[in-house]
Design a protein around this ligand. Structure first.
Ligand code: PMP
Length: 352
């Protein structure tokens, strides 16, 4: 055998939550329990198979225009991709070409360090405080970029806009990416700040508040300079990323603001209704501005609860990682799903 193996790029991949193929109560990947907007579903049902003969629109113009109308941001300041993972990965590749370390929290979206490793970007993970909060001052040191999920995941805690403004103000020489995957469930978006700071990139997704995890649509908004740089890298890599029905369904989902507001309000109502029920069972839960809880139990180890729930076909997320190995991340489902969760937990905790 030759030595070609020495030339293989080795990377430890991101571990997605399980997607079991049988029907379970799935509270492990922060999907929305409600279907996408009926307008988007109708577009998909009407899709013209014969039209796949042609390449799709590389600029996803229809989708970009819909985002532009809804957010009041001009189309040349919007970048779209195949889920926000695609947008974030492209952003790491585009904006973090410095020799200085990119900063992000030690406990945050676990794809950030994977992209940094993949693209050989130096990085430094800054510990959250004891009670899992981001300390803005920690991001005011020299760096090659900053990435913050707001609200943070898996902790569910949001930072106020003014705290993020402070981080941006202190970092005018690097790009600051704010990953707002969960912003519509209660956080305050920093989107208005893109008019003031040309180094701020705001990334959002259709996967959570627009119930479209399977559509794979994400987007970024920022200064035209940032967006042009992202587009150049995208068109240096893969130009035809989104298919025509997805571009059209995405546009329809974006325009249906009323449906998005209604379904996110339903998720938030369920989140608040079940918080005291879980607390009564002995869970401590961080204040959530998202569609999930980050919870630990006062007596029973998280791993035991995770495994016992799984035996009962209820999937939540557990990480066997330092600092968070006694916590569970539980997606907020429908009231009926949460009722089943509380029932199962009551049984598990009584038996332990
Ligand atoms: N950012 C955060 C903080 C997330 O939790 C997720 C969901 N896994 C994503 C980005 C990516 O989601 P998607 O690619 O579905 O837009």
């Amino acid at each position: 055998m030759g030595n070609w193996q020495d030339n293989v790029r080795r990377v430890t991949p991101y571990t997605p939550g399980e997607q079991p193929q049988r029907k379970v109560i799935k509270l492990n990947t922060n999907e929305n329990p409600y279907p996408p907007s009926p307008a988007a579903v109708a577009v998909l049902q009407a899709a013209d198979g014969a039209a796949f003969r042609k390449y799709p629109d590389t600029d996803a113009t229809e989708l970009v225009n819909a985002i532009s109308e809804v957010y009041g941001v001009s189309a040349d300041r919007i970048f779209v991709g195949v889920g926000s993972d695609d947008v974030l990965g492209m952003s790491f590749l585009t904006f973090f070409a410095s020799d200085k370390p990119v900063l992000f929290p030690d406990i945050t979206y676990s794809f950030y360090d994977v992209w940094a490793e993949l693209f050989r970007i130096p990085y430094r993970q800054i510990p959250l405080t004891e009670n899992f909060r981001i300390r803005p001052e920690d991001y005011m040191t020299e760096n090659g970029g900053v990435v913050i999920a707001n609200p943070n995941a898996p902790t569910s805690v949001a930072l106020p806009v003014e705290a993020i403004r402070g981080i941006i103000e202190a970092n005018r020489d690097s790009v600051v990416i704010i990953d707002e995957a969960y912003i519509d469930f209660g956080g305050e978006s920093v989107l208005p700040l893109i008019d003031q700071y040309d180094n701020l990139l705001v990334v959002q997704t259709f996967s959570k508040s627009r119930s479209g995890a399977g559509l794979r649509v994400g987007f970024a908004m920022g200064s035209k300079m940032l967006i042009d740089a992202l587009k150049a890298v995208k068109f240096a890599y893969n130009s035809y990323t989104m298919s025509t029905p997805i571009i059209q369904a995405g546009a329809a989902a974006m325009r249906d603001v009323a449906y998005m507001k209604k379904t996110t309000a339903a998720v938030v109502a369920t989140r608040e209704a079940f918080r005291p029920r879980l607390e009564a069972l002995g869970f401590t839960i961080l204040p959530s501005a998202t569609n999930f809880y980050f919870a630990s139990h006062d007596r029973v180890p998280a791993k035991v609860i995770f495994e016992e729930l799984k035996k009962r076909d209820i999937f939540v997320r557990y990480w066997n990682k330092p600092r968070i190995n006694n916590h569970l991340r539980i997606t907020v489902g429908t009231d009926a799903e949460m009722e089943a969760l509380v029932g199962a937990l009551t049984e598990i905790l009584a038996a332990y």
